[in-house]
Design a protein around this ligand. Structure first.
Ligand SMILES: Nc1ncnc2c1ncn2[C@@H]1O[C@H](COP(=O)(O)OP(=O)(O)OP(=O)(O)O)[C@@H](O)[C@H]1O
Ligand SMILES: [Mg+2]
Length: 282
């Protein structure tokens, strides 16, 4: 089970995050980034944060410590922002906390070099969990004390949004051409050789056991939270063994490189030779 702490002070919202996470202090004197159950993205993003964050840590990847945070919305009463007030009101009870890394900076591929071995481990892990949220637009990695840290695993395991098709979805390839570490020359083979054997049924069972029951209850098609935990194990276990064969790092070359027809059909032929003639350039 994740360590449980009680939120004691809402410090400030983190405006970069779409789900409006906040910096919060807790009764263990720690400072955390709090991800709220009342956020529009729903509780499945928190389930994904726990399963993928804990799995990454168990595989030796750096992810800040995760905790369960109890929130009494009263701690946000002095917060002037209406949006934050509403988020806190909707999130009373259990939420997710991630150790706040003070002074960390967002990963910038031009400023921080990642070697092919580490890049391979991150890309292989993202392929395993089907992470669509580690692109150059939104790297979701921090650099802290000279090391690379992974954050934000909410947009992963797409199959948990449609369980009847989960096995088929989990068997699909992973397109890493947009991954922020694709240009670092990731050594996928080395990563798979080192990490895939560690992703055992026992490990996945332990990791899924850390998801609080109340984020798993009442999932249609499952008669217990343990049955749902089992479904996560059954999606990830076979994927770990073979996903390295199905990671593409090259951008797909589109058959037609131009803009779509609906945008250009009504325009005169390009280049506009007629315009030049009219302006007397010849
Ligand atoms: N543990 C941390 N320590 C320091 N800063 C953090 C930490 N976690 C998140 N942040 C900062 O907060 C921002 C938002 O966090 P995060 O990406 O987890 O939120 P989100 O709402 O899921 O975002 P997104 O818009 O990517 O879906 C990060 O980009 C980073 O700048
Ligand atoms: Mg993010």
């Amino acid at each position: 089970m994740l360590t449980e702490v009680i939120a004691t002070r809402y410090v400030t919202p983190l405006r970069e995050g779409g789900s409006l996470p906040g910096i919060v202090e807790a009764d263990d004197l720690g400072t955390y980034v709090m991800k709220f159950t009342g956020a529009g993205q729903g509780r499945k993003t928190l389930v994904a944060e726990v399963i993928c964050g804990r799995l990454a840590q168990r595989l030796g990847l750096r992810v800040p410590t995760l905790v369960q945070m109890q929130l009494d919305p009263v701690i946000g009463l002095a917060e002037p922002d209406q949006e934050v007030q509403e988020l806190l009101k909707a999130s009373g009870g259990l939420n997710l906390g991630m150790d706040y890394l003070p002074g960390s900076i967002g990963f910038d591929p031009l400023a921080y070099r990642v070697d092919p071995v580490e890049a391979g481990r991150v890309v292989w892990f993202d392929a395993l969990i089907n992470n669509v949220d580690r692109s150059w637009r939104n790297p979701n990695m921090l650099v802290w004390h000279g090391d690379l840290w992974l954050i934000d695993h909410g947009a992963t395991m797409i199959w948990h949004h449609n369980w009847p098709t989960a096995q088929a979805a989990a068997a699909k390839p992973y397109n890493a051409s947009d991954h922020v570490l694709a240009p670092a020359g990731p050594d996928i083979g080395a990563a798979a050789a080192a990490l895939a054997p560690l992703v055992t049924e026992e490990l996945l069972t332990e990791v899924t056991a850390e998801v609080p029951d109340e984020w798993l209850v009442d999932e249609p098609g499952f008669d217990s939270t343990d049955a749902l935990r089992r479904a996560y194990v059954e999606a990830l276990l076979p994927r770990a063994a073979t996903i390295h064969e199905r990671i593409s790092l090259e951008a797909e070359v589109k058959a037609s490189a131009g803009p779509p027809g609906w945008l250009t059909d009504h325009l005169p032929e390009w280049p506009h030779k007629t315009d030049k003639k009219k302006s007397g350039d010849e």
